[in-house]
Design a binder for this molecule. Structure first.
Ligand SMILES: [Zn+2]
Ligand SMILES: [Zn+2]
Length: 126
């Protein structure tokens, strides 16, 4: 594989993540980026995502019981939470944070961070 083709695949995937404005699964990235790069294979998507992750250009979004999603590092850098639609399986960013979660931890425990995933139906599926 030539470096040029590689770059085209990388760009197509980063553009897709920027356009969709939500965390995408490997399958969604494959389906979406294939429109720009028809020769793209799903194994290449895995390889590109690992490379983008190594280079800290994307971050993994873990949803319990779901395949990992990926979001751009600059999106991940801003504290936010996610909404998982149980109908279409899409994951969306949600704004806001309940905060003050240190009140929930037992005495003597130190809270370093939190992740919150809301579940339900998106505006398309509700
Ligand atoms: Zn939905
Ligand atoms: Zn939060």
């Amino acid at each position: 594989m030539t470096e040029r083709r590689n770059t085209r695949q990388l760009d197509a995937i980063r553009e897709l993540l920027a356009e969709e404005r939500r965390p995408l699964s490997i399958e969604e990235i494959y389906e979406g980026a294939r429109r720009a790069v028809p020769t793209l294979g799903v194994r290449t998507v895995y390889r590109v995502m690992h490379r983008l992750e190594d280079e800290e250009l994307v971050a993994r979004v873990a949803i319990p019981g779901q395949p990992d999603r990926y979001e751009l590092a600059e999106v991940a850098a801003k504290h936010h939470h996610h909404f998982h639609c149980i109908e279409c399986d899409r994951v969306f960013d949600v704004q806001g944070c309940p905060g003050h979660l240190e009140k929930m931890v037992p005495d003597g425990f130190v809270l370093d961070g939190h992740e919150i995933t809301l579940h339900g139906r998106c505006n398309h599926c509700a």
